[in-house]
Design a protein around this ligand. Structure first.
Ligand code: LLP
Length: 428
């Protein structure tokens, strides 16, 4: 379910006309519905609390790489969410948004010494260790500060899943986590380190996962590894099950898929972890924010060819890279509600960037679009703005949040001064 719908012939985000936002903030622009985010978070958190056997046994760490807009983070902080972060920048922004350090887990295969030191000083809930070298470094850093950092091992279960090979993480051929055959040895090492308080295990096998079978197999493997480690007399108190649940990018008319998948997932988690006596952690990203966001763009030109019709819009691959990077599909909705039975045209929708990869879709049949019209790329709330770049020296586009009948620009369009004013010519 989401809060983008037509009313009086105009696409609305909650109770605000998208055209009004475009007029105020310009295009292209990202628009997020806070009601959608709130609804998804609550559904997810309640379901995971049931799966874990109580709210104090389930910890939700929102994967902020999906969408780190300040108002989105503040909304989730207000709902009690923690954060899954992958850089010092994300730690700083989560804390600024009101997510306490004691509710933050730090993931990532390449954390630097400076980042680990920052994490230890901040007092994070947990560091998810991914290599033996990271274990040794974290131990040295924490011990030198007279601290013991709570940590888990991210285990690679050799079960990958996900909507695209570039977002599959759980296979042995992927760079993530320590091999499950190494987990017992590394856990024993960690248990003897003065700078580490080893608490348990983590797993995350991929993103955009619609089928629960691979997740289930991965959780079974975690159960085996937990039993194996406990067999050596060590305790495993935490299991962090990662994120990865998919969302529909082809939006069904009676859209209910997200909540259904959440419930099925919660039941599966409950079955697979039942009786283990662990606290569960979750790192959802896309399922919380994915369909809570759209990117609105204005049609600039038509470029007819013998075999096709190009529709050039003012957004480009630097603003929303998912189609170019993962062949991702995003629905395109005209901001003016199309007439039933109106003319349709097959378009290649492309941006202004100087490479042919700057193509959002090919041969997409849409209600006729004229230069000047606004269209919205749907389901752009996750991995949209956070993956944007300034390629072609295009300023980062604004982000707007909607709450009921109000909207606020929470990140203004980057200025040209911000974009090129930071450059320094060498003074030789
Ligand atoms: N935890 C870890 C350790 C992760 O690496 C990720 C995402 C998540 C949680 C959240 O996964 P989610 O629930 O959002 O699937 N840019 C790609 C997706 C990359 C996902 C990276 N890791 C895309 O646009 O599809």
């Amino acid at each position: 379910m989401h809060h983008f719908h037509y009313r009086d012939g105009q696409l609305h985000a909650e109770d605000v006309a998208v055209a009004d936002i475009a007029a105020a903030a310009g295009t292209p622009v990202y628009v997020y519905s806070l009601a959608t985010i709130t609804r998804h978070y609550r559904l997810y958190a309640e379901a995971m609390a049931r799966a874990a056997g109580g709210p104090d046994r389930a910890h939700i760490f929102y994967a902020m790489k999906a969408n780190s807009n300040i108002a989105v983070l503040e909304t989730l902080a207000g709902l009690g969410a923690g954060a899954d972060v992958v850089s010092e920048g994300e730690i700083r922004k989560a804390v600024r948004a009101g997510i306490p350090a004691a509710k933050i887990v730090f993931s990532g295969v390449g954390k630097t010494a400076a980042e680990l030191a920052y994490a230890v000083d901040a007092g994070l809930y947990q560091v998810n260790i991914e290599t033996e070298g990271e274990l040794e470094l974290l131990n040295r850093i924490a011990a030198a500060k007279g601290k013991r950092q709570a940590a888990v091992f991210r285990v690679n279960p050799d079960i990958g899943a996900g909507g695209h090979s570039k977002i599959t993480t759980g296979s042995d051929a992927n760079k993530f986590g320590v091999s499950f055959s190494e987990a017992e040895r590394l856990y024993a090492r960690a248990a003897n380190m003065e700078g580490i308080a080893i608490k348990g295990l983590a797993v995350h096998i991929g993103s955009l996962i619609d089928e629960l079978g691979d997740l289930q197999a991965a959780f079974r493997r975690m159960r085996q590894v937990t039993a194996q480690i406990r067999g050596t007399g060590l305790s495993v108190e935490r299991l962090d099950l990662g994120g990865g649940l998919g969302i529909p990018y082809h939006i069904p008319k009676d859209f209910r898929h997200g909540p259904d998948l959440i419930d099925a997932y919660a039941e599966m988690v409950s079955r697979e972890t039942g009786g283990l006596d662990v606290e569960l952690g979750f790192e959802p990203g896309r399922i919380i924010v994915g369909n809570a966001g759209i990117m609105v763009t204005r049609a600039l030109y038509l470029n007819p060819r013998q075999s096709k019709q190009f529709l050039v819009v003012d957004a480009a691959m630097n603003d929303l890279v998912r189609p170019a990077m993962y062949e991702a599909y995003h629905e395109i909705w005209p901001v003016n509600e199309p007439q039933e039975g109106g003319k349709t045209v097959a378009y290649d929708v492309v941006g202004p960037i100087c490479e042919s990869g700057d193509t959002f879709t090919e041969g997409r049949v849409l209600p006729e679009v004229k230069p000047g019209d606004l269209v919205a790329f749907m389901t752009a709330g996750a991995y949209g703005a956070t993956m944007a770049s300034t390629y072609n020296l295009r300023p980062l586009i604004p982000e707007v949040v909607v709450k009921g009948d109000r909207f606020a620009v929470t990140r203004p369009r980057q200025t040209y001064e911000d974009l090129i004013g930071i450059d320094r010519s060498p003074n030789w």
